[in-house]
Design a protein around this ligand. Structure first.
Ligand code: MOS
Length: 746
């Protein structure tokens, strides 16, 4: 950890997580762990073809199996209204993962599409009955291969609001004319989130069927609430969605997948609560992951290493019923200055489970390709890769032309190079060896945009000198609850142990999806607004009261500290919240606040980092072991160094998985993943992960709330490239296809 300046408030202190004790003692309740009287259990039946129609579905044996209460199919399921899909232009909530009307259609759009729901007294009975359903399909030819369908690729209307095809200058011409150039294709496989907690929905209707309570493993309680209200024709405030704890999301719980509305429909039919937890295979069948990518990066430079062309184009796969292009060209829009830039994303529509956000969507595969290419160019020119990056550091955003709100990437590299002892690197590959191990160093840039979304919060100041804030945000292991409690404490001038933060419930003021690393600043700004309103109200009581030492003060003449309001010009003059409230015979004062990013963005806002990797490669087997990893992050003010370091370390660990072990093996003949288990989908385990050293700059961004940035996703970015670059430095083998397995190294 970096040496720290001691700060006066809670922000910047390494508090342990407020939910840590609950989680480590097993007292945190996850969606599938809630117990409701009379609960029933659901199980899904999945399509075993990828495209076609259901000709006939025979549910008689299932319906007659022990304990079965109902079998829902497209023939008898309640009609559910269509809702907008994420990324669709619409006034409706866009929380749905797909526009497929599950169980309201006989059409099959992908292998694994739920085609029936069994409801039974026990989970075992439901799962058994699900095996008894037989289906006759009218099968159609399915499009399942990115490679085969590439000739039908299309350029989407936009990529998360940015142009999908962007041409500045003449990149092709500059490439052709350049002295130094690299021009290669990089590929990444499909991935799945594989959060430990399986997706689960527990749906409970009121007896009169006018209101609905849902416990859901979700990153977006408000999105689920709005979607279900529309689907089932309920008023929004008649739907309550609770997602107090989430056992890992990584984007996989950012949208509503099929089981969410199907659990609600099933509960409506059986008139009892239904708990529907997916199996691990069920997650791989019905919850989409990250698309594979095929990316071309071409770079050209003149003698002094200045880029004359930057080309980043390529393909991803998606479906006709969702909108997620995987923004792999985003890093190339912001990282390097080049007179000529050409960026283009194309999408191929397939008959597969819809893809979605996963662990820095876009930036993860995008930085693998771009940051590998930069390393390749450095090698071509014979320049140090850090020096090459510094040579091409832009003064303003290369594509938007806007000034950067904050950017200390060169400083991140300076700190990293020193701590990692980068100067010990040998530029010539295959130079350093320790017995049969070849040793190499690699470096790459980490990048993730700094997003703020609209959010709201409520604050209560209590007469006993404590405070409570509520917002429908999420805590899925990131440390959000702890960071917001620190923010709340500082806004109200209270000690950290005098405040509490409640979240994960749609009863609380609206908060955005826990995605895009937005929570800290989005919710943080809303908490600040709510605190401002509450403090003004409290001051309003005091300044009009003859009995108060604050009589006739203006709000800007007082400050909030030590559980009270005090004059700025005379620290002895003031009084506690308790005194003010008690005199007014009030036990608390409450206020709501809202915040949104300012209109008309005037800055290019991103977080940056420098990732350093050392590998040891077994020359005989090709096995790559990461022996050291170090990251330096430039993400604005760090609210909590303890949870922040943990976030980055987690992100880097995910990056090591991406680099070396992870891949969803997709059978392009049938259309499904053939390794749907944690035994066969290899996330990194302890022995795969070396000590990860983290440093951070802690330089505030003057344009963001608290000077902070969200930091959840940047950790993974650049890691796969740093590993691939280290493998090249160790062995002379350039691997452009992830994961870097030993067969590719040999
Ligand atoms: Mo994150 S992949 O935006 O949940």
């Amino acid at each position: 950890m970096s040496p720290r300046v001691v700060k006066p408030g809670a922000i910047g202190q390494p508090f342990s997580r407020v939910d840590g004790r609950l989680k480590t003692t097993g007292k945190a309740t996850f969606a599938a762990e809630y117990n409701i009287d009379d609960v029933t259990h659901g199980a899904l039946v999945f399509s075993r073809i990828a495209r076609g129609k259901i000709k006939h579905i025979d549910t008689r044996a299932a319906a007659n199996a022990p304990g079965v209460l109902s079998v829902l199919t497209h023939e008898n399921a309640p009609a559910m209204k269509p809702t907008a899909v994420f990324g669709e232009e619409s006034d409706q909530p866009g929380a749905a993962s797909s526009s497929i009307p599950y169980l309201n259609t006989d059409e099959i759009y992908f292998y694994g599409q739920p085609i029936a729901v069994i409801v039974a007294e026990t989970l075992e009975q439901a799962e058994h009955a699900a095996t008894l359903v037989t289906v006759d399909y009218a099968e159609q030819e399915a499009k399942l291969s990115l490679t085969t369908e590439k000739s039908h690729a299309v350029v989407p209307a936009n990529v998360l609001g940015e142009p999908a095809d962007l041409n500045l200058g003449d990149a092709a011409g500059a490439l052709a004319a350049a002295r130094y150039k690299v021009d290669n294709v990089y590929s990444t496989p499909p991935y799945n989130h594989n959060a430990i907690e399986l997706h689960a929905t527990l749906a409970h209707w009121s007896e009169d069927e006018t209101s609905l309570t849902v416990y859901d493993a979700t990153q977006y309680v408000i999105g689920i609430q709005e979607m279900l209200a529309t689907k089932f024709s309920l008023a929004k405030d008649h739907v309550r969605v609770i997602g107090s704890f989430v056992g890992g999301g990584f984007g996989g719980k950012g949208n509503a997948w099929a089981h969410v509305s199907l659990a609600v429909a099933a509960a409506q039919v059986v008139k009892r609560p239904v708990k529907l937890m997916l199996s691990r295979e069920g997650v791989h069948l019905t919850v989409g992951g990250r698309t594979p990518t095929e990316q071309r990066v071409a770079l050209a430079a003149n003698d002094d290493g200045k880029l004359t062309a930057l080309i980043h184009t390529g393909f991803t796969q998606t479906t006709a019923h969702n909108n997620f292009p995987e923004q792999f060209t985003f890093p190339a829009r912001h990282l390097y200055k080049s007179a000529n830039i050409w960026l283009r994303q194309e999408i191929v529509h397939l008959d597969i489970v819809p893809n979605t956000f996963m662990r820095a969507p876009g930036e993860s595969p995008g930085t693998f390709a771009l940051e590998s290419a930069i390393d390749e160019l450095a090698h071509e020119i014979g320049m140090d890769p850090i020096a090459l990056r510094a040579r091409n550091e832009p003064e303003k955003d290369p594509v938007q032309g806007l000034p950067f709100s904050m950017r200390n990437i060169t400083e991140a590299y300076r700190v990293g190079a020193e701590k990692f002892a980068w100067s010990k690197r040998h530029a010539v590959p295959r130079t350093v060896r320790d017995g049969r191990y070849l040793i190499g160093y690699g470096v790459a840039t980490a990048f993730y945009p700094a997003y703020q979304f609209p959010a709201a919060a409520k604050v209560e100041m209590h007469a006993d000198g404590t405070a409570l804030a509520q917002s429908a945000m999420h805590e899925m292991g990131m440390g959000s609850a702890t960071a917001q409690a620190q923010n709340l404490a500082d806004e109200l001038g209270l000690a950290f142990d005098k405040v509490r933060f409640e979240y994960g419930d749609s009863l609380f003021p609206d908060a955005p999806v826990a995605g895009g690393s937005n929570s800290t600043i989005s919710v943080g700004a809303a908490v600040k607004a709510a605190c401002d309103a509450a403090k003004k109200r409290l001051h309003g009581l005091a300044c009009a009261d003859d009995a108060s030492p604050l009589i006739d003060t203006r709000y800007d003449e007082v400050e909030c500290r030590d559980g009270g309001l005090y004059r700025k010009d005379d620290a002895t003059q003031g009084e506690t919240f308790a005194a003010i409230l008690q005199r007014c015979a009030m036990d608390k004062i409450a206020a709501e606040g809202k915040a949104a990013p300012s209109e008309g963005q005037k800055y290019s806002m991103g977080s940056y980092g420098a990732q350093f990797c050392e590998v040891r490669v077994d020359e005989d087997t090709g096995e790559v072991r990461v022996s050291r990893f170090l990251g330096v992050f430039d993400c604005g003010t760090i609210i909590n160094p303890k949870t922040a370091v943990s976030q980055w370390r987690g992100g880097i660990t995910m990056g090591l998985g991406m680099a070396l072990t992870e891949a969803a093996l997709f059978d392009v003949r049938r259309g499904h993943i053939v390794n749907p288990s944690l035994a066969e989908y290899h996330v990194p385990v302890n022995l795969d992960v070396p000590k990860i050293e983290i440093h951070f700059l802690d330089i505030p961004d003057p344009q963001t709330p608290m000077g902070a940035h969200g930091i959840g996703e940047i950790g993974i970015t650049g890691v796969a490239a740093a590993v691939a670059n280290a493998v090249f430095n160790a062995t002379g083998r350039r691997i452009r296809d992830l994961p870097i397995t030993l067969d590719k190294v040999l």
